[in-house]
Design a protein around this ligand. Structure first.
Ligand code: SAM
Length: 333
């Protein structure tokens, strides 16, 4: 059965990132930008439609889902939806990526429903810089909510987009943060995805440089990535005498396309097989068509998966520009 989502390079898609909305309450300069249009509500997949697509994906061999956005928690009843999804797919790895500004009231219920893993985006440990990059004075809310997740026993990964000229002066603070908290502090290389993000190759703070600089600040030992049922692309390091770990994700300088197992479903029902490509497969009209529906969608996904590209080839061809014009906030990261 799993062969159905195997591509021409022998990779098997087993992980689907599901964006539930393109709306976000923050305006991170490198991700959302200003003045963009949102997907009209009727074009956003209903929760029942998402569950039907997840059901189909599990039959095709997907064993891990990550909900993302926009910001998933801005969508009405998202926490209830995620809990319902966790109940419906009990053996499946289910996690969420959030900016953690709105999760405070939901943490206990999510943890109680068995949702143990959360990725939280936090690009700076300086409240003034947080305001500058996100447009909102919510740094302390995020920090409090990280504590709440930890107190609820969740496995917390904090992700910072590593940007020269923005947070490369904070490495020591980030290392201390990971030393003092039982969480994974991961740096993701800034990617040339979306237009007007401020990306250029001078703003990329490369994973190898981060590692070398961090090694001068702490004794780091390679640690196996305990990233759930299927490990992720992060290289993780234990910090001598620390509670947490440091991690590096290097999609730009050291791509992991050879082992890419991801499919992406956007909130308006488009399938993307590669983050670095604008190619989309429009599932929504097929899903909603009275005579087509899930069996036809299944055929599209199976065929699309076979043609999943090697993203780094697109990166090489498009060096210096945005490889994919769609904003990360619309794709889901
Ligand atoms: N709102 C949620 C959040 O803040 O995590 C989920 C959506 S956000 C698009 C998902 C992730 O993509 C975040 O960690 C964000 O920092 C990351 N991201 C956005 N633009 C990026 C870029 N150009 N390069 C690398 N990561 C990026």
């Amino acid at each position: 059965m799993h062969k159905l989502l195997t591509d021409g390079h022998g990779r098997k898609a087993s992980y689907m990132r599901v964006s539930v909305t393109d709306r976000c309450n923050l305006r991170c300069t490198y991700c959302a930008g200003e003045g963009r249009e949102f997907i009209p509500h009727p074009d956003i997949l209903r929760y029942e439609e998402i569950l039907d697509l997840m059901d189909m994906a599990t039959r095709l061999g997907v064993i891990k889902f990550r909900f993302t956005g926009g910001e998933p928690f801005v969508r009405k009843d998202f926490a209830e939806f995620m809990i319902a999804a966790a109940h419906r797919f009990p053996g499946v790895d289910m996690c969420v990526t959030s900016n953690a500004t709105l999760i405070g009231d939901h943490v206990a219920r999510l943890a109680g429903a068995g949702i143990r893993r959360i990725n939280i985006s936090l690009d700076t440990l300086d409240p003034a810089k947080f305001l500058r990059i996100t447009g909102h004075d919510l740094y302390h809310t995020v920090r409090d909510n990280i504590d709440r997740c930890l107190d609820a026993g969740m496995d917390v990964k904090v992700n910072a987009v590593a940007m020269k000229g923005f947070n490369d002066d904070e490495l020591s603070a980030f290392v201390d943060f990971a030393r003092n908290h039982p969480l994974d502090m991961r740096f993701i290389e800034f990617m040339p995805v979306g237009l007007e993000t401020g990306w250029n190759d001078q703003t990329v703070w490369k994973a190898e440089d981060i590692l070398a600089q961090a090694q001068a600040l702490a004794k780091l030992t390679p640690s196996p990535d305990a990233g759930g049922v299927i490990g992720g692309p992060a290289r993780m390091y234990d910090i001598d005498g620390g509670k947490g770990r440091i991690g590096l994700i290097s999609p730009y300088t050291n791509h992991f396309c050879d082992t890419c197992n991801r499919l992406r479903l956007t909130s308006d029902g488009n399938l993307r097989t590669c983050l670095f490509s604008d190619k989309v497969y429009r599932l929504r009209p097929v899903l909603r068509h009275p005579r087509l529906g899930i069996p036809a969608v299944e055929r599209i996904i199976t065929r699309a998966s076979r043609h999943k590209p090697m993203g780094y080839k697109l990166l090489e061809r498009m060096a210096g520009q945005g490889v994919c014009k769609t904003r990360m906030a619309s794709i889901g990261g």
